[in-house]
Design a binder for this molecule. Structure first.
Ligand code: GLP
Length: 266
């Protein structure tokens, strides 16, 4: 994996956005993987600006969301399919029909998970999957203890995740759903490239495990260590517990220079 420790939120947003712009420039019909949560918001805002400036179009692209709460009414503002439309896809030229999310309001969530996995398989591969990380090391809603090869499935949130996400539900953990539908770790790993964003001291331990810990179901994001094209964008606080930061900086500079000029934001 390539680890970038960047000095500002703005640079994280621009580096991430440039990657999407590069991919869509080469293949306007690309399938992209979207994540909710606060971590990707800067990238979405940078993409909205780029769209308004005529630098990128999503008209022919398709998007698949990572996950969804189970049990929220379809019009609930915190349902992830509404979040992603409000914060990103409705603000650019995405065809609303091309933005997919798991059916968290289905009466049969197990079948809905299977169907969503098949839908991704039929449309994919996902060219670029954006990811955040939970403070307990989850990606999507893959909580500790799940199979590292899991497919899209019905899952259950830890108290830690419900408490972290209570800020979106008026601070009331009891309003945060207990169940979710999430792309599995095996599904996520099939994307051609992963782009994980983590900022703030609250993510430092999960980031240390992700980058320097052993691969383990206790810290689900560690599965990314086995992905051939994974980029981890961090601020200094999220990177604060990493022991090999100097090496990552050198390796990142080399990666940008020789392998991946799309990441050059200057
Ligand atoms: C939620 C989402 C994840 C997200 C995580 C971190 O639990 N299911 O996809 O990565 O929160 O969220 P944030 O970026 O707001 O810290």
């Amino acid at each position: 994996m390539q680890v970038a420790v960047l000095p500002s939120q703005e640079q994280i947003a621009n580096v991430g956005a440039r990657r999407f712009i590069g991919i869509l420039g080469r293949n306007p019909q690309a399938v992209i993987g979207l994540a909710t949560g606060s971590s990707p918001l800067g990238i979405y805002q940078a993409l909205i600006r780029a769209y308004r400036a005529g630098e990128v179009s999503f008209r022919q692209a398709q998007a698949f969301c990572l996950d969804e709460y189970v049990g929220l009414p379809a019009d609930h503002p915190e349902a992830y399919q509404n979040f992603i439309r409000r914060e990103f896809t409705d603000q650019v030229d995405f065809d609303p029909q091309a933005v997919h999310a798991p059916a968290g309001d289905s009466s049969d969530p197990v079948a809905a998970a299977r169907e969503y996995d098949a839908q991704i398989g039929a449309a994919g591969p996902v060219a670029l999957q954006i990811l955040g990380i939970g403070s307990d090391g989850h990606i999507g809603f893959n909580e500790p203890g799940g199979a590292l090869t899991s497919r899209t499935h019905l899952g259950f949130l830890t108290e830690q995740t419900r408490s972290d996400n209570a800020r979106f539900f008026a601070g009331d953990i009891n309003q945060v759903p207990v169940a979710c539908l999430t792309q599995g770790l095996g599904t996520i790993m099939e994307a051609e490239e992963l782009l994980l964003v983590a900022t703030g001291a609250g993510k430092a331990q999960a980031v240390r495990e992700l980058v320097e810990g052993p691969v383990s179901a206790r810290w689900p994001a560690t599965v990314i260590q086995a992905h051939p094209r994974a980029v981890i964008l961090l601020d200094e606080e999220a990177a604060s517990l990493l022991s090999d930061k100097d090496h990552y900086r050198n390796a990142w500079d080399g990666f940008v220079k020789y392998e991946c000029p799309d990441y050059d934001w200057s």
